[in-house]
Design a protein. Structure first.
Length: 306
């Protein structure tokens, strides 16, 4: 992995490489340790000692770090909705995992991205920012730089200061979903804030339990048809199966979600789609907003006669 920075009007007097990378480039303490012990740092093409080097305005810093990912490249179809030098946003189909597993190690979004990076000549590893369940469709954001992945998933003090100065409130990236339930909610919109924990008898299933982690989901009914409701949901937290567990807990499991009691007559997967994603890049201070249309199986299920 190769990362290059230019010191542009940031250091009129010399500043240490470590201070510059951590304060201006989003490099976390963990990534700095990797660079220090396993990587190579060049200043204007000359290798320097990480702990002693200093830079000034106009200098070019190059960080070289061996990749440690075990994701192998495989030709998997990808639906890329946005890409720049820092991140890539994809529309994931049903049936595809985001991360390789022991049983499914060469047909995932990660495998397809590695192949795509090689095909396009990009020296980039797989740095996912979040994930979707296998049968949930929609938008997934993947960072191209490990420091951006770290900033988006575990924002430190510097990232929070950048957010504040850019007037970005709440979260670095926001996810909005569409889902279908059977029936009509008593209140057309509201907030579910039930804590979520692992099911005591399952490594996959989750339940709402007072001892669980705080979880908050905002919902709004968009349309009702043939005894079914189309909902818009926004996550304020990111717990495993959060929307699926919350909707089941209030008595309205998602259509097709057999794990949580949903009706499978009209669709054979949970009717859940991540249709809007908004992400703030603390390295560029830009906001990217992407949408993905609702897949055909969900639209057919919503329009069908019950």
């Amino acid at each position: 992995m190769k990362i290059t920075y230019q010191v542009d009007n940031e250091a009129l007097t010399p500043i240490s490489v470590r201070a510059f990378l951590k304060s201006k480039c989003g490099v976390t303490q963990g990534l700095w340790r990797r660079l220090k012990w396993n990587g190579t740092i060049l200043v204007n093409g000359i290798e320097v000692k990480a702990t002693m080097a200093q830079v000034k305005t106009g200098d070019i810093i190059t960080c070289l770090l061996p990749e440690d990912s075990e994701v192998v490249a495989a030709q998997v179809p990808l639906d890329i909705r946005y890409e720049d030098d820092y991140l890539i946003i994809l529309n994931k189909p049903a049936g595809m995992l985001v991360h390789p597993t022991g049983k499914d190690h060469d047909n995932t979004l990660g495998n397809g991205l590695k192949y795509y990076y090689q095909l396009t000549g990009q020296d980039v590893d797989f740095h996912p920012v979040h994930r979707l369940d296998r049968n949930t469709t929609g938008l997934v954001v993947v960072a191209k730089l490990p420091q951006l992945q770290s900033a988006l998933t575990q924002p430190g003090t510097n990232t929070k200061q950048i957010m504040q100065s850019a007037n970005v409130k709440d979260k670095l990236f926001k996810r909005t979903y569409l889902a279908i339930i059977k029936g009509t909610l008593p209140q057309p919109e509201g907030i579910i804030d039930l804590p979520i924990a692992r099911h005591p008898n399952s490594i996959i299933q989750r339940i709402c339990h007072p001892a669980g982690q705080y979880a908050e989901t905002h919902y709004q009914t968009l349309s009702v048809n043939q005894g079914k409701s189309l909902l818009k949901l926004e996550l304020k937290t990111g717990r495993t199966h959060q929307i699926r567990v919350h909707m089941a807990a209030i008595g309205y499991p998602l259509l097709g979600d057999d794990l949580y009691g949903g009706d499978t007559a009209l669709i054979n997967r949970q009717a859940l789609h991540a249709y809007h994603l908004e992400v703030f890049n603390p390295l560029t201070r830009e906001i990217t907003s992407v949408y993905a249309d609702v897949p055909a199986d969900m639209m057919q299920a919503f329009r069908a006669n019950s």
